[in-house]
Design a protein around this ligand. Structure first.
Ligand code: HEC
Ligand code: HEC
Length: 145
């Protein structure tokens, strides 16, 4: 009989077991449900400068290959106003020597290398990351910083 198990990490638990999710080795676990892609048009906060923003819309069927780049249909500077999409920033037109190119840089052509859709997937392992605003709001340690 398959055993139910969800990919949820219990903080303070004695084990981190993202693979078997606590299911005994002689039992077969149910695979966790696939995460749903959010299509809310609501951008998530970036945690640090130079973080690639997550994609606040679905990208099903958006092809990016040698002949066409669906993302640039809306995100190229020339088309951005028509589709009310934020244009890709200048970094996307720069080569590795920081020279500006007329078209999207080959280094930035495959958007999904860096940008991912937003899903409702549960967090698998605890994460104590604090952004700089949170760190600066903390009381100074005795003796100063
Ligand atoms: C049909 C037009 C369209 C296409 C095609 C499209 N986008 Fe978008 N994208 C938008 C719009 C409009 C927004 C602004 C937020 C919203 O309305 O979802 C957006 C927002 C984004 C953002 C968030 C930017 C920020 O500053 O937070 C990213 C990243 C992004 N898109 C990446 C992509 C990638 C990667 C692809 C291709 C896989 C893609 N988009 C294809 C229209 C498009
Ligand atoms: C090598 C990683 C990388 C690739 C590939 C890449 N991006 Fe980005 N993108 C970033 C980073 C990092 C940022 C935030 C800093 C910046 O603007 O350079 C960003 C920012 C953005 C933004 C927000 C711009 C703004 O002014 O806030 C959009 C929209 C975007 N990218 C779309 C795309 C699309 C569409 C593609 C594919 C044609 C793409 N990106 C390819 C890393 C990447």
């Amino acid at each position: 009989m398959p055993v139910d198990a969800r990919a949820i990490f219990i903080p303070g638990g004695s084990e981190i077991d993202p693979l078997r999710r606590g299911v005994p080795v002689d039992k077969e676990g149910h695979p966790p449900p696939m995460a749903r892609v959010e299509n809310t048009d609501i951008s998530r906060v970036r945690n640090y400068p130079m973080q690639p923003p997550t994609i606040p819309h679905t990208i099903d069927g958006y092809q990016v290959d040698l002949n066409s780049n669906r993302c640039m249909l809306c995100h190229a500077r020339a088309n951005a106003a028509t589709f009310q999409a934020p244009p890709v920033s200048v970094t996307h037109y720069m080569d590795r020597d920081d020279q500006f190119l007329a078209t999207i840089s080959p280094r930035r052509y495959f958007c999904n290398q860096c940008h991912v859709v937003q899903t409702d997937a549960p967090t698998l392992v605890a994460n104590g990351f604090k952004d700089i605003d949170t760190v600066m709001a903390l009381p100074a340690p005795p003796g100063g910083h």
